[in-house]
Design a protein. Structure first.
Length: 383
């Protein structure tokens, strides 16, 4: 049995998307423009690792985010992996992050041979809690030679990776100040927050580097794809080099000066993304309208809707509501999904997964509270 209001919410979602057919959580929107650019790319035969669309997309993405440099990659996980390496994450170091995140955050940390340290999140922003971060550092960290070490493990704390959950910016200026004070490089997992701003600045511009994702479920997509953004010219050059097999440019010779990665975005995907990026502002306007509609309805029906935090403009990638407890959450998930309205709880907290169970975690009161109550509801751009 669930509250009448929750049943009505399912009906309201069906009305919002004007269908009683299956409603996915987030589906992409394409039209003739995407087809035209992809066809142009195919006709050019430059579908793979070189071509004008990669260059154009990188330029347009830098313009849109206000970052000086953007480097397109094969997916968001690869972008995060390289961002961490370039921030100085290496084997047997520790990386501070949040347990309430998608697995990619911790996978990228693991690819570097490092281990995550889990800090709690804010209930309000869903992102890394500046207070929990400060508490952890006060208790466990010390600075030696302008580097931060964990006093208990003697390992270097090589980076801090907050995540802008569902596009809601976290308190990134506070986190930035703490990281600066403790000499910890800041890398933003901005995979979900393309088009989200904090105090007027696009997310991803607060750290040394940031990763964005263009997976099929994100705000704009290339099927798969990602990007690194940075304001540091040297890091940008290194990022381009290391994601393109570290090949030394030459007309015919194949020389590589370090171990590189084949993490480039194919031109074909970049063509699709050029068309998508042109539509981003319209998509976000549309999504923010839907969020407003949901919010107004939820307010009238005594359901808690997650609004953008103070000082922030969210892309509202995924809308979310908070239910009274885990039982109600489970009952609503059952009911809505049975009606063909896709709904989903947050990810299983990463510190509970078998690969990361042994890693250090601060008390996860807020993350667990959210995990027991939060439900994402359909959020695609309305046609
Ligand atoms: C989507 C996402 C990524 C990157 O995912 P890819 O599928 O590799 O593009 C990274 N972190 C978070 C939090 C994400 O949601």
């Amino acid at each position: 049995m669930i509250r009448t209001e929750l049943k009505n919410l399912v009906t309201f979602i069906q009305q919002t998307y004007q269908t009683s057919d299956f409603i996915p959580l987030h589906e992409p929107r394409f039209n003739e423009r995407e087809k035209a650019l992809v066809m142009d790319c195919i006709d050019s035969t430059f579908v793979s690792s070189v071509g004008k669309y990669v260059d154009q997309f990188e330029k347009n993405l830098a313009d849109y985010t206000g970052a000086k440099y953007a480097i397109a990659t094969v997916n968001g996980t690869a972008a995060l992996h390289i961002s961490l390496l370039l921030a100085g994450v290496e084997r047997d170091t520790e990386v501070i992050t949040q347990a309430l995140s998608f697995i990619a955050t911790c996978n990228a940390i693991s690819y570097c041979g490092a281990e995550p340290v889990f800090i709690d999140v804010d209930k309000r922003t869903l992102g890394l809690s500046a207070d929990s971060l400060q508490a952890f550092l006060n208790q466990y960290a010390e600075i030696k030679d302008k580097q931060c070490f964990n006093k208990q493990t003697n390992k270097r704390i090589a980076a801090c990776v907050p995540m802008h959950t569902f596009g809601q910016p976290c308190e990134i200026d506070k986190i930035q100040a703490i990281c600066q004070q403790w000499h910890i490089p800041l890398v933003e997992d901005a995979a979900e927050s393309l088009g989200s701003f904090y105090k007027g600045k696009h997310t991803g511009n607060f750290g040394k580097l940031a990763a964005i994702s263009f997976n099929g479920n994100k705000v704009i997509t290339a099927g798969g794809g990602g990007a690194i953004i940075t304001n540091d010219e040297q890091l940008a050059k290194k990022a381009k080099h290391i994601t393109t097999t570290a090949k030394v440019p030459h007309k015919w010779e194949f020389n590589h000066d370090q171990i590189g990665y084949n993490y480039r975005m194919p031109n074909l995907n970049a063509a699709l993304l050029c068309a998508q990026l042109d539509k981003l502002e319209g998509f976000i306007e549309n999504k923010r309208q839907t969020a407003q509609t949901y919010h107004a309805w939820c307010q009238q029906n005594e359901i808690q809707f997650i609004q953008e935090p103070q000082n922030a403009t969210s892309n509202y990638w995924l809308n979310a509501i908070l239910l009274n407890d885990k039982d109600e959450q489970q009952a609503f998930l059952e009911y809505a999904n049975a009606q063909g309205v896709m709904t989903r709880p947050v990810w299983t907290l990463l510190n509970q997964l078998p690969m990361f169970k042994h890693c250090f975690a601060m008390p996860q009161n807020n993350a667990q509270w959210l995990a027991d109550r939060l439900v994402n509801i359909p959020s695609s751009v309305k046609i």
